[in-house]
Design a binder for this molecule. Sequence first.
Ligand SMILES: Nc1ncnc2c1ncn2[C@@H]1O[C@H](COP(=O)(O)OP(=O)(O)OP(=O)(O)O)[C@@H](O)[C@H]1O
Ligand SMILES: [Mg+2]
Length: 465
Amino acid sequence: MIRMTLDEIAEITTGHLVNADPAATVTAAVEYDTRALQPGGLFVAFAGERVDGHDFAAAAVAAGAVGVLGTRDTGQPGIVVDDPLRALAALATVAVRRLPELTIVGLTGSSGKTTTKDYIGQLLARLGPTVAPAGSLNNELGFPYTVLKADPATRFLVLEMGARGIGHIRYLTDMTRPRIGVVLNVGAAHIGEFGSVEGTAQAKGELVEALGEDGVAVLNADDPLVAAMASRTAARVVFVGESETATVRAVDVTLDERGRAAYTLITPAGSAPVRLAVTGRHQVGNTLAAAAVALEAGMAPTAVAAALGEVGVVSGRRMDVFDTPGGVTVIDDSYNANPSSTAAALRALAALGAGRRTTAVLGYMAELGQFETSGHEEVGRLAAELGVDRVIAVADNAAPILDGAATVPAWKGEAVLAADQAAAVAVLRGDLRPGDVVLVKGSRYRTWEVADALRADPATQEVSP
Ligand SMILES: Nc1ncnc2c1ncn2[C@@H]1O[C@H](COP(=O)(O)OP(=O)(O)OP(=O)(O)O)[C@@H](O)[C@H]1O
Ligand SMILES: [Mg+2]
């Protein structure tokens, strides 16, 4: 974060100082977890339902925090405000104004924001100091938190932007307006809140509406709802995708035996071959978006292509492919799930599992609202169409996946309903064999226990390939 005195912070946040030396200066980042605090940082206390951050005020100061920003006097030096989230927003707004040299990249979409943010961060880091922290920091807390990580040495700030409704992205762009805005795709994520994909497109497009004439909108030419956002922006538009209309384009896409794509990157400044190290056909679009940002930042196409070959997913449980010592390949994609991202993961399973026995362990997909049943059926149907050998639905609320699979008459695979994660692990343990490929996918929470069990499972490790 840029240096600010507690007095300045109180003024910016319209809070009042308590127990504090007004001239005490914050020199390190804002944190809401005392374990992450650096000496000179600012601790923000939130009163959550289970944990009250104010209880950690003394620990924060002991860990080096200059002050505590919260809603009450904790007895520690600090600033008392009405709403710590609004306070962070105000601080973020002022902080970027004091960093005029910073190039700010914002990205949104239904699936792949964190993944692509990680790629953009890795590419831009080759050009200069870049802030793009790991994880999914895309809401009214994570966004200003990330903004406040930038300091005068930072050249690039990469911001993930999430939306669960109309106006959410506008709230973020009002706080910090990006110069480059990327929209990846519009799918069924959080569709329960939006009601329709058109509603989702309306909300995601707020990002490009916020860009100025000096800005750049990077839009997915292959997604009609995203491409149509070109009419909603004053910024210059760069289309990315496999369509002929794309300015930054992938042609001759192939997949290797690990489901990793290779393609020729075509840009106005030249072409170069790309060979990705990350799994999944959907990474073509994600990496093209990252390429477009890097090209805008001044990187040459050959450098972009070479760097793309080295990018990985920094934030865990997204297309994390590993082999157990027992010779089973596991795709841990259990961070989150919606019908679009599950489709992408199933396609990766099919590509990686060609000629091998494939199992999809699929948990419940949250936030689908009225599309809950149809969304689950849809992914089950796709799994069957792709010829996945075994589909294990985890818990009753995921059972419609099996109903969907059953609608494909030609499917010869096995459908299993596991009562919970432990039951799914028990099914797998019973008969995994070397060469098997297992996808683990669901909406966070506990689905990843299955992947962790496979990673640690002696039963899969004892088998020798
Ligand atoms: N372009 C894509 N299309 C479909 N699925 C994708 C795409 N990119 C990544 N995914 C998958 O979507 C899931 C979520 O990925 P990621 O965390 O990057 O997305 P996100 O948009 O940040 O999600 P969230 O809304 O939870 O923040 C992962 O399983 C990932 O493999
Ligand atoms: Mg995310």
